[in-house]
Design a binder for this molecule. Structure first.
Ligand code: GLY
Length: 385
C-alpha cells in the first residue's frame, strides 16, 4: 500500500472540508468513513449564528465563531463554484424574539451581554419586528436583529463538499477506522465527531438533540424569511426557513447518548414553534429525528495535535457549532498540515487542555477528566436549546 500524505477519519462537513482544502494544496488525501455525512450534520439546522449563540462565559469560543462566520461568504462562493451545486447559503439574518415578558427579560439580558462584546445586535420595537416578519404571533413581546447571523443547508453542504473534495483529488475510503494504527499516512486528522473519543482518548461526549422538520403546504416557501430564535414560555427554540418550503424546528440539548425521539420533546418543540409562528399548525410534519453533537468538557472544539503525537491532529468536539466552524477549522488545520505552524487562533483550543491518556499506538486507554476553565466553559446561564 502506498502511504498517503493525509488521512482524514470522518466524512462530515469538518472532515470533508479539511480534505478539500488539503487536496487543492496538492496533498494526496484519503477520507475514511463508511457513511459520509451521517453524523451530527445529518440533523443540523445549519445556522451560522456566532452572535445569537454568544453565551455568557464563552468569550474565546465566540471569537472563533465570529472569525469563522466571517469566512463563510467566501467559503460558500468557492464551494459553490468548485462543486457546481448550491448549498442554501442565505443572508437574511436572525431575529431573536421573546414571547412573554419573562422571556423578553431573559433575552434582553443576553442581548446586552452580546452588545457588550461589540457584536451587532439591534433591538427592535414590536412594530419593527412585525414589519420584518408579519407571520410572528401578535403575542410576541419584542425582539432584536442579528443581521450577520446567516444560514446554510447542511444536507446540501455535505454533498457539495464531497464533490469538491473528489474533484480536487481526495479519495473516499468507505471502511470504518477502528484503530488509528490501522491508518498509514504522513498525517492523520481525526474528524470523527463523537467517534473521536474511542480513537484518541479525547473527552468527547455525545449531547443529544431532537429536531423536527416541517414543510409549508402547497410547495411554497415558508411565510417567514429570517432564522428565528425564540424564547417561548421558558422554552428555547429556533426555526430555520428554507426556500423549498422546509422549516427546521429545534432543538433539545440532552446529556444522553441515545437517538430516540420522545413525544414530550416533540410536544415542547411544536408548542413553542406554534406559539411563535401560528401558521406552523398548517404545515406538514415531515421528520422527527435525534442526533448526537460532539461535546467536550468546556463545549469548545479540540483543534490540533494530540499531546506528544504531532502527526495526529484532532478536529473534533464542535458541539453545537460544527457548521459555522467548518471554514476556520478546515483552513487552520490545512495550514497546520502543510506548514507545521499552528495559527495563533488555535491556541485556546488545543488537545493539551485536557488530560489524555494514550497507548502511543493511536488507541485510547482512558478518557481524561478535562478541566472546566477552557474557552467554552458552560454555566447555568449558558443554556440554550
Ligand atoms: N447549533 C444548533 C444546535 O446545536 O441545536
Amino acid at each position: 500500500m502506498t502511504r498517503t500524505d493525509l488521512a482524514v477519519v470522518g466524512a462530515g462537513p469538518i472532515g470533508l472540508a479539511i480534505a478539500w482544502r488539503c487536496a487543492i494544496r496538492g496533498l494526496r488525501v484519503e477520507v475514511h468513513d463508511p457513511a459520509p455525512g451521517s453524523g451530527a450534520s445529518a440533523v443540523a439546522a445549519g445556522m451560522l449564528s456566532p452572535v445569537a449563540e454568544a453565551y455568557f462565559g464563552e468569550r474565546q469560543l465566540t471569537e472563533l465563531l465570529v472569525a469563522s462566520a466571517a469566512r463563510w461568504p467566501g467559503f460558500a462562493a468557492e464551494l459553490t463554484e468548485a462543486s457546481g451545486t448550491e448549498i442554501g447559503y442565505r443572508t437574511e439574518g436572525t431575529l431573536m424574539v421573546g414571547l412573554t415578558g419573562d422571556d423578553l427579560a431573559e433575552a434582553r439580558r443576553l442581548w446586552a451581554y452580546q452588545q457588550g462584546l461589540g457584536l451587532p445586535v439591534t433591538p427592535l420595537r414590536p412594530s419593527e419586528l412585525r414589519d420584518r416578519e408579519p407571520a410572528l404571533a401578535p403575542r410576541v413581546r419584542g425582539g432584536a436583529l442579528a443581521p450577520t447571523d446567516h444560514q446554510v443547508d447542511p444536507r446540501l453542504l455535505v454533498p457539495a463538499l464531497r464533490t469538491a473534495a473528489r474533484r480536487a483529488g481526495a479519495v473516499l475510503v468507505p471502511q470504518p477506522v477502528r484503530r488509528l494504527s490501522d491508518v498509514d499516512a504522513g498525517v492523520t486528522v481525526v474528524a470523527a465527531g463523537c467517534g473521536a473519543a474511542a480513537l484518541t482518548g479525547l473527552p468527547v461526549r455525545p449531547v443529544k438533540g431532537q429536531i423536527l422538520r416541517l414543510r409549508a403546504p402547497g410547495g411554497v416557501a415558508p411565510g417567514f424569511r429570517h432564522v428565528i430564535r425564540g424564547y417561548a414560555d421558558g422554552e428555547h427554540v429556533y426555526l430555520v426557513p428554507r426556500a423549498d418550503g422546509e422549516v427546521v424546528l429545534g432543538a433539545t440539548v440532552e446529556e444522553r447518548s441515545d437517538t430516540t425521539v420522545t413525544a414530550g420533546a416533540v410536544q415542547r418543540l411544536l408548542r413553542a414553534g406554534v406559539d411563535l409562528l401560528p401558521e406552523l399548525t398548517e404545515y406538514d410534519l415531515v421528520e422527527a429525528v435525534a442526533g448526537l453533537r460532539p461535546g467536550t468538557p468546556d463545549n469548545a472544539p479540540i483543534l490540533g495535535p494530540l499531546p506528544g503525537r504531532p502527526a495526529v491532529l484532532a478536529a473534533t468536539g464542535h458541539h453545537r457549532h460544527g457548521i459555522v466552524l467548518t471554514p476556520i477549522t478546515a483552513e487552520t488545520i490545512a495550514d497546520l498540515v502543510t506548514t507545521g505552524e499552528p495559527d495563533p487562533l488555535l491556541a485556546p483550543f488545543g488537545a493539551d487542555r485536557f488530560a489524555v491518556a494514550s497507548t502511543g499506538t493511536g488507541d485510547a486507554t482512558r478518557v481524561g477528566a478535562g478541566d472546566r476553565s477552557g474557552p467554552g466553559r458552560t454555566t447555568e446561564e449558558d443554556r440554550w436549546s
